[in-house]
Design a protein around this ligand. Structure first.
Ligand SMILES: Nc1ncnc2c1ncn2[C@@H]1O[C@H](COP(=O)(O)OP(=O)(O)O)[C@@H](O)[C@H]1O
Ligand SMILES: [Mg+2]
Length: 424
């Protein structure tokens, strides 16, 4: 049983951004949260649900968490909810929540309320959603993270699941769908459906990184820089406003689970883009049947080379695999070599970025769901626009492109064959 003291403790640990107060109090059927990256939407929703699902007042409630790609839940929504449990309960976490890794689920030991995770990528995943049942209570709440990835039909299927009388289970229960996302295109169906018309069942909300009191200073500085360097991207990622979807560079991607051991590939390569204020990104990339497989990422900010090398060693990043690095920083390459890695510079030539991109565009790129930063980057990596003509030009926007640089480097052996040897 939850004791009075434990309850007080939970409240004391819960820290919220003020801007989300109306969100967390809202009982309308649709809670639609748009906002800039880093505004605190995901953390807030995770905490909100952990508290509500722990509350005997809502006994009988159950939460379904949905992302387009089911496997991406583990490192995003599940991780977020798990972190919320630890943030709220500290050392008492295990007394109050049961957390399962396979299949992913969380269960309140106080109420028996559960959280489960699903995807909406294809017909079989959609069918799985239709057959969800809970031992105790009913499916009452659905959280759709990165909701812009879904089709309106997907949401209709989910919406259909929230039906039937709740009164007899518990009169405090209510049905609700929560969506969190960064707005993308101004023509997106979510805008038309929830923002452009009045609907008493819909609550819409807007937040930015500026109203997130927990955001770190480095993030703040990166955003401020984007404001100057990429105004159009800043509108979407900084202000959280509807923007433009056009001009994406790599759309030939498929995010899904796959085995990442070297035995599954014809070859493996590492790509590294150095950074301190920008991210330092290392990608472990497999090559098989003419397709590219991004297996894992190491993605860190404001760390010096020795720290990153140590992390790479701890993560078992292979010292036998060639590591293609930014040639602009020979000192860092030397340090990686000294630590036993096969670091090789990738020479930049006029047009090489464009050629690397062309090469990448011609192949399918599989991305392991654990590569959350690579996924974020690739989904917003765009061509620059000529301010005069409004047309896209053959040059990528130089923002949030560190994993993309690592990816470009990682394929140099494949693209250039043995001729790359000359550069050593
Ligand atoms: N209530 C909170 N308590 C502690 N840290 C928070 C809180 N809200 C946000 N943060 C911090 O801000 C970062 C960005 O929040 P997040 O919820 O991931 O933003 P969004 O989902 O809007 O992109 C988090 O990684 C976390 O470090
Ligand atoms: Mg988020």
């Amino acid at each position: 049983m939850i004791t009075a003291t434990a309850k007080i403790e939970i409240r004391a640990n819960a820290q919220f951004n003020k801007v989300f107060k109306p969100v967390n109090e809202c009982k309308k059927r649709y809670r639609i949260l748009k906002g800039s990256a880093g505004s605190g939407k995901s953390v807030n929703i995770a905490q909100d649900y952990i508290i509500k699902l722990s509350d005997p007042k809502y006994k009988g409630a159950n939460l379904l968490v949905v992302r387009k790609v089911e496997e991406t839940n583990r490192d995003s929504t599940f991780a977020e909810l798990q972190a919320a449990v630890y943030r709220l309960y500290g050392e008492y976490a295990d007394r109050f929540w049961k957390i399962n890794m396979n299949p992913l689920s969380l269960e309140s030991k106080v109420t028996g309320n559960r959280i489960i995770f699903r995807g909406m990528k294809d017909q079989s995943q959609r069918e799985k959603v239709k057959s969800i049942t809970f031992k105790k209570g009913k499916l009452t709440w659905i959280w759709i993270e990165e909701a812009t990835e879904l089709q309106p039909e997907d949401v209709d299927i989910l919406d259909d699941r929230l039906r039937g009388d709740l009164e007899e289970i518990n009169p405090n229960l209510y049905y609700q769908i929560t969506m969190t996302f960064n707005p993308v295109s101004a023509t997106h169906w979510i805008k038309g459906r929830y923002f452009d018309k009045e609907d008493p069942d819909v609550f819409t909300h807007h937040s930015t990184y500026k109203t997130n009191r927990f955001i770190d200073q480095a993030y703040f500085r990166r955003m401020e820089r984007r404001k100057i360097e990429d105004p159009e991207g800043y509108r979407v990622y900084g202000e959280g406003e509807w923007g433009e979807l056009g001009g994406l560079i790599l759309t030939n991607i498929d995010i899904h689970d796959f085995p990442t051991g070297p035995e599954y590939f014809d070859a493996k390569y590492l790509g590294q883009d150095f950074g301190f204020n920008h991210a330092n990104a290392i990608l472990d990339v497999g090559w098989k049947d003419g397709e590219i497989w991004i297996c894992s990422e190491l993605y860190v900010f404001e760390m010096d080379t020795e720290e990153i090398i140590q992390m790479a060693i701890n993560r078992n990043i292979s010292k036998r695999t060639e590591m293609f690095c930014d040639s602009a920083e020979p000192d860092r390459i030397k340090r990686w070599k000294r630590a036993g890695f096969r670091a090789v510079p990738v020479k930049k030539e006029p047009g090489s970025v464009k050629s690397q991109i062309d090469w990448l565009k011609g192949r399918k790129i599989h991305i392991h769901p654990s590569c959350v930063n690579t996924i974020k980057e690739i989904q917003q990596w765009k061509w620059k626009k000529d301010p005069q003509t409004g047309l896209y030009i053959d040059e990528p926007v130089e923002f949030m492109d560190d994993a993309m640089a690592a990816l470009r480097y990682s394929i140099e052996r494949l693209r250039r064959g043995s001729s790359i040897e000359v550069l050593k």
